[in-house]
Design a protein around this ligand. Structure first.
Ligand code: P5A
Length: 445
């Protein structure tokens, strides 16, 4: 993309309404625009990162064997009356009446709807196990929407639902989600710690939240600092292997790590003092096993091998897709702007032309731009007639991890500059070498 033809409404001033850095930078970098409290338009740069995050979520869900689909945002109230949650959910649910005076709602989650789909089409144990998921907008009429996309009223969630014959199988689904979530967050350059949590209106006793440690996080957390040393890394996972998934789950959840709702001061005190941590975190996902809480009242049953009929065991599993943008920025920025991890960056590399209008420099920049595109990369070329300082400030603010800078002086000796946003280190080299380096960096991402 050439910046002169893009839509990147960067703000020079710090927006007064933004209290935390991710909200401030998302507004300043022209990624989002607030349309009403907790409701945002996703401008092109923000939309690109949102789509990138969504893509990683899809890839990891499908790697774990989960099946994508799409349910609507609006739901009939009657489904929620069957589960008993229509009255329980409270004021967070946005209730709507259509022209025929039918009660509808903007879905805050989809347990009822997926259970309805299941009962309409599946009646045999032979069709299990099954995990369906979608990535869809949700609405929760939060009393205090704040921090931009972190606590929105309309927000994008990946929500998945498993259907299993037995509790043991459903717990495997729980473990499988836990492992796939670890991989998902690591690909985004994040460490998200699974912590024992409270299940709230979703239900069940078995639940973990995934937390990214950050001072601006809304959750209070207590943990053994040794949990932060564990990584999933590149280890091979067989998602059908119950024992392996359980072993990974146990490895990541054996040490003390809890949100304040489940905090146990006595157990915390038993951790060696030097490893006791009290901190704040951003909840970027949560997994639940709730057994037959929905399948029983809604009649989602299957015929078993011996001819009996049993309600299926279920769980649900959510990732805060739009919240993740905020969480990533909270975890990765400096005083000049965002620093995108390579896995989610909106453009792979920026190109800065130091002397726009100079025939040689323009040609060299276009050559770099074309060569990067030919390698399947997506560069952002700042071809505006602006001062170098302004171009650097924009690149730093929007946080592309790599930048190639070309000017007449360097080009005279056949060189461009390659700069790493995270370290600030710059190296001079011939343009083909810089292109090679960038291509190598993104080869396995
Ligand atoms: C699990 C999937 C559920 O709703 N039902 C379907 C279960 N879980 S949850 O924990 O309530 O939400 C899942 C994730 O969604 C994000 N999230 C939000 N993001 C932005 N703004 C909000 N107001 C908001 N509320 C929830 C969180 O990341 C949460 O973990």
């Amino acid at each position: 993309m050439r910046l002169s033809r893009y839509f990147l409404p960067v703000l020079k001033e710090n927006p007064a309404e933004a209290q935390i850095v991710s909200h401030r930078y998302m507004l300043r970098a022209g990624m989002i625009r607030q349309q009403a409290a907790g409701i945002y338009s996703w401008l092109p740069l923000g939309f690109k990162v949102l789509r990138r995050i969504e893509q990683i979520v899809h890839e990891e869900q499908q790697r774990a064997g989960h099946i994508p689909m799409l349910m609507p945002t609006l739901q009939p109230a009657d489904l929620w009356r069957e589960s008993g949650r229509y009255d329980d959910y409270g004021e967070e649910m946005l209730r709507i009446t259509d022209r025929h005076k039918r009660d509808m709602l903007y879905g805050p989650t989809n347990e009822e709807m997926i259970t309805d789909i299941f009962r309409a089409h599946i009646s045999s144990y032979k069709d299990l196990p099954l995990t369906l998921y979608h990535v869809q907008w949700k609405f929760r009429d939060e009393i205090r929407p704040r921090f931009g996309v972190m606590r929105g009223r309309e927000f994008l969630m990946k929500d998945g639902y498993n259907f299993d014959l037995t509790k043991a199988d459903a717990l495997h689904a729980y473990n499988r989600h836990l492992v796939s979530y670890l991989r998902t967050y690591e690909r985004m350059g994040l460490q998200a710690l699974p912590m024992r949590a409270d299940s709230g209106p979703i239900g069940g006793d078995n639940t973990h939240e995934f937390l990214v440690l950050a001072d601006t996080g809304e959750s209070e957390v207590y943990y053994d600092s040794a949990v932060t040393d564990i990584r999933l890394g590149a280890r091979a996972i067989d998602y059908d292997d119950h024992a392996q998934c359980q072993a990974v789950m146990e490895e990541f959840t054996a040490l003390y790590a809890r949100t304040d709702e489940t905090h146990d001061p006595a157990a915390f005190a038993a951790i060696p003092a030097a490893r006791q941590r009290m901190a704040r975190g951003i909840e970027v996902g949560q997994i639940f096993y709730f057994g037959t809480k929905y399948s029983e009242p809604m009649g989602a049953t299957v015929v078993t091998a011996d001819g009996g009929r049993v309600p299926v065991h279920m769980g649900s599993h959510g990732i805060g897709v739009s919240r993740l943008l905020g969480a990533i920025i909270e975890a990765s920025h400096d005083d000049k702007g965002i620093i995108w991890p390579e896995g989610v960056t909106p453009f792979h590399c920026g190109i800065v032309n130091l002397k726009q209008g100079d025939a040689g420099t323009d040609a060299a920049c276009m050559e770099v731009y074309t060569a990067l595109k030919a390698r399947g990369l997506d560069p952002l070329y700042d071809d505006r007639d602006e001062r170098a300082g302004a171009k650097f400030a924009t690149m730093d603010l929007i946080g592309l991890p790599w930048r190639i800078t070309a000017g007449p002086r360097g080009l005279a000796s056949g060189k461009v500059e390659l700069t790493c946003r995270r370290t600030g280190l710059t190296e001079e080299m011939p343009a083909p070498d810089a292109i090679e380096r960038i291509a190598a960096i993104y080869k396995d991402i």
